[in-house]
Design a protein around this ligand. Sequence first.
Ligand SMILES: Cc1cc2nc3c(=O)[nH]c(=O)nc-3n(C[C@H](O)[C@H](O)[C@H](O)COP(=O)(O)OP(=O)(O)OC[C@H]3O[C@@H](n4cnc5c(N)ncnc54)[C@H](O)[C@@H]3O)c2cc1C
Length: 397
Amino acid sequence: MTDRSFLAWPFFEDRHRALADALDEWAARTLPPLVDHHDVDGSCRRLVAALGEGGWLDHAAPDLDAGGPDGGNRFDVRALCLVRETLGRHAGLADFAFAMQGLGSGPITLFGTAEQRRRFLAPVRAGTALAAFALSEADAGSDAAALATRAARVPGGYRIDGEKTWISNGGIAGHYVVFARTGEGTKGVSAFVVPADTPGLTIAERIEVIAPHPLATLRFENCVVPEDALLGREGEGFRIAMATLDVFRPTVGAAALGFARRALDEAARRSLTRRMFGATLGDLQITQAQLAEMALDIDASALLVYRAAWAKDRPDLSGVTRITREAAMAKLHATEAAQSVIDKAVQLFGGLGVKSGTPVEELYREIRALRIYEGASEVQKVIIARQLLAGYQEGAS
Ligand SMILES: Cc1cc2nc3c(=O)[nH]c(=O)nc-3n(C[C@H](O)[C@H](O)[C@H](O)COP(=O)(O)OP(=O)(O)OC[C@H]3O[C@@H](n4cnc5c(N)ncnc54)[C@H](O)[C@@H]3O)c2cc1C
């Protein structure tokens, strides 16, 4: 049985515990027939519709104008993490569908006008439109500030030219939040909401990856958007991207945590039932050591993920307003540890662990990208070290 003892931790309030229980029950009942890995576009549309109907997208795109589902908070990061962990444990694609509704509309939630929120967030929340976040380019991935897509002022708006790649939901999204250059340096980046049917925006290529997801390269050629497509102020785009990632980075750790818990569930059950050498796999002490390491990794990840989420939600108690260090630690540890936990599960399954379609084989492919996107592990280490050294420098001066 999945370990849910972490829900008693003081990071959570009762509404979080109720959310985790209700979603777990809903996911077990609803998700299996919706996921078809041979039709990821259709699966994502179905998943987003079901998540909208279930009311779960209220957490990804909170209705600020109605006070929000979480007492008027912009985002309840603990709720986001619990949803991602739970969905990740049941079905990776369901987690992806939920996460992209949040990431692809987060800049609008955080920086949009009331009119932008009304127009774009309501369908995202209802699950009738898919959202996407378009920052990366072929020559600007980890070094996102090197982005070259341009947005030139034209009468009544902006003309966007350039290419974005690795864009999740590319090809099926209703809108793209696009980061483009209106000047030089990080202060010369602006954010725009671009509806998918805007003339001049085309899908240049669909990208296949080891764990199938909707992913594409977008091309902008003479793509003119009106003045009110601008999010926030001109030149604020990089800050908007970073503020959005600050909210969603710990949630990547939460998804990894969900994958890892599922791998441990599968491995523990297999260890109890697989007979060998006149006993079970789980009777072997080497297996027990593997399972112990997996459980330890999972608890450490959970502590880091929910510490970051709590710190972001409760600055009054945590004393921090930016969770740069906490989020980086959570993402780094949880994704790396999940890779190791899942690898151990594959090993415990023997040949079945690499058979296409078994849950641990799917998890093995699913986890890999999480160590790369929203800041690769190396980038998280740089962030942690920078913060650490800055603290010592302050202490020394
Ligand atoms: C499945 C998937 C979904 C994605 N979805 C989106 C999306 O929806 N929107 C979006 O905008 N982007 C998205 N991305 C892009 C993603 O954010 C980039 O892939 C990521 O930022 C890395 O950029 P890159 O691929 O260009 O690798 P590079 O920037 O070329 O980095 C390659 C490697 O260099 C190493 N490295 C990087 N920085 C350092 C450093 N400072 N020190 C030492 N080593 C370093 C790391 O090992 C890194 O993996 C997605 C990517 C994937 C794989």
